[in-house]
Ligand binder design. Sequence first.
Ligand code: CUA
Length: 289
Amino acid sequence: MASLLWLLVWAAGVIWILVLGTAVYATGISRGPVDDRVANVMILAGGVFLPTLVLGGLVTWTVWTMSGLRVPDEQGLRVAVSGEQWWWRVAYEGPDGNPVASANEIRLPAGETVTLELSSPDVIHSFWIPSIAGKMDMIPGRVNELVLEPTKPGIYRGVCAEYCGTSHALMAFSVVVMEPDAFAAWLAEEARPASASSAHEGLALFLENGCGACHAIRGTEADGRVGPDLTHVASRKSLGAGILPVTQAALEEWITHTREVKPDARMPPYDMLPEAEIATIAGYLASLK
Ligand code: CUA
């Protein structure tokens, strides 16, 4: 792309000088009318032949260069990321080939090629991890592939970079780049069902109040697909797509003041529940490491 850019800059520069030179010659240096035959040759050469040659050549070279931008065959780990209203649905290609559902955080192995499959069910979002790769749109009805290779372990911030509705600015995520061994261990752990006891009173309340219709907690009866998968929610760096810490207090705040924290979020606030029940549910979620 850089060589294409420089060729265009040089070609445009040469043509610019030619055109200005002709104009200066015609208005300043040359006196008197030009011979008809010379004029016809100039119009044909400069108006038809030269543009056809230059534009044809540039188009050919551009198309030829584009083939080099095709996604490489070696695409490594695949992670599907979907832009939702206003959070990120994430699914890893698991150790056994089955997808591992997660949300609002992306973990990647350092030094390895990763292909992110970007999509959206409804409106256009733009997926952007400034420290690692350029922006790419998430467009309903298609899957855009972003191939990247993070090199340095660390925690990076990702954002939505295209206005997508009321809480567009509250749609962030963390990217955790890990050493490959640590990543493999983490993915194996993430693929497992929830670790918390299924006898936890918070789980009973979670199911009783219908939370499981929208959220999945693998290993329990909760298998909703509308909202974020919560199987390991407490092991994530943030809650609510990059806006709250993962603490008991933040979980309670989210459950009861959902739409103050994130205007127009699909989840309704559950502030009608008794405080003790909220605390028990939040306590259960905080134990889902
Ligand atoms: Cu999603 Cu802006």
